[in-house]
Design a protein around this ligand. Structure first.
Ligand code: AMP
Ligand code: MG
Length: 328
């Protein structure tokens, strides 16, 4: 299969992208978080094509993307009032909410669960593609299963060239890490996956909201994706706090004959001397935007990536959630 890359500003090509979706195919498209691989959420056979293209395990459910609130009643039932409060404050945006599923949504999207994940992306191209397709789009991140999520069309091409018919190029994603996943089907809302919308931000809107325990336990079953290897780089990834520690790990790797590279926060870059390094912004927001692209650049020609952790304020803890999984 030839994989075509189209520009998101090309109206005619965007219509062809929608035609692929309408005829049961898959298309990769930009969102503000990461690139997604979309198919008609009401068409189980089309959705199965997403799992096949990514090599994704069938028991890891997908997020259903909408472009207006009228679509929600065909996707979910028993929607709590709190959902609409979140809608007012955070949507469209990088927040995914788990609700009870409407029977119009088939079992392939939800991996057989009776709940469904819904997101209203902020990216104009995502909205346009959903609108032109005339249906909500089931879409996970557009990477090969277990690899780092893509934040550019080139990243998608690197993973899925020859496996999907089309990629819509809408430039670099502005957020850079996957959406926050909030389960609203229990007694109190629970964050299953942290993201750019943080616990502190949610607490300003919801009376009760909590975060899933980080490791092990029965809670893990609530978000099937969390049990899988995720976000992994093709080079060994080592995490450090300081540039000095990064230098020591880099020197040790080089001493073993390995090709190493450091990802260092810009403020500390001068401490790395003449070692090989990439700079990443000091602030967590800028760090989140660049981290996947730097990990992908670094893995191409290195055996070891030594990465300085982000500051833990703001989305820093959400980035750490991804880096810890990638470094396992
Ligand atoms: P991705 O879009 O690749 O980031 O994957 C979607 C994430 O949402 C995965 O971690 C899924 O396990 C999670 N997810 C999707 N649907 C559900 C659901 N119904 N219940 C819990 N987690 C879900
Ligand atoms: Mg993913």
């Amino acid at each position: 299969m030839i994989t075509e890359i189209i520009n998101s500003n090309d109206k005619k090509a965007m219509q062809r992208a929608a035609d692929i979706i309408k005829s049961g195919g898959v298309v990769a498209f930009p969102t503000e978080t990461v690139y997604g691989l979309g198919a008609n959420a009401y068409d189980d056979a089309a959705v199965a094509g997403i799992f096949a293209a990514k090599g994704r395990p069938a028991d890891n459910p997908l997020i259903v993307h909408i472009e207006n609130m009228n679509m929600i009643d065909d996707i979910a039932v028993g929607i709590p009032d709190d959902f609409y409060m979140l809608y007012e404050r955070f949507m469209p945006g990088p927040l995914t909410v788990i609700l009870h599923k409407n029977k119009k949504i088939g079992g392939v999207v939800t991996a057989g669960l009776d709940t469904v994940a819904v997101r209203f992306p902020r990216h104009r191209t995502a909205a346009e593609l959903i609108k032109k397709s005339g249906c909500p789009l089931a879409a996970p991140s557009a990477n090969l299963s277990t690899h780092v999520s893509p934040t550019s069309a080139a990243h998608v091409f690197d993973d899925l060239n020859g496996r999907i018919p089309m990629i819509v190029d809408g430039g670099e994603c502005s957020v850079g890490i996957e959406s926050t996943v909030l389960d609203m089907t229990g007694d109190i809302p629970v964050i299953l996956r942290p993201g750019a919308i943080t616990l502190d931000m949610l607490k300003k809107v919801l009376k009760d909201v909590t975060e899933q325990r980080r490791f092990g336990g029965a809670d893990v079953v609530r978000s099937p994706g969390t049990k899988y290897k995720h976000y992994s780089t093709r080079a060994e990834l080592l995490l450090t706090d300081t540039a000095e520690e990064a230098n020591a790990l880099y020197d040790a790797a080089c001493g073993e004959g390995k090709k190493a590279v450091i990802i260092v926060r810009t403020g500390d870059a001068a401490l790395c001397g003449n070692r090989g390094f990439f700079c990443i912004p000091d602030d967590p927001k800028g760090y989140a935007k660049k981290i996947y692209s730097l990990l992908r650049a670094a893995e191409i020609s290195h055996d070891v990536i030594v990465c300085q952790r982000p500051e833990l304020s703001g989305q820093g803890a959400s980035i750490m959630n991804r880096l810890q999984k990638a470094a396992k």
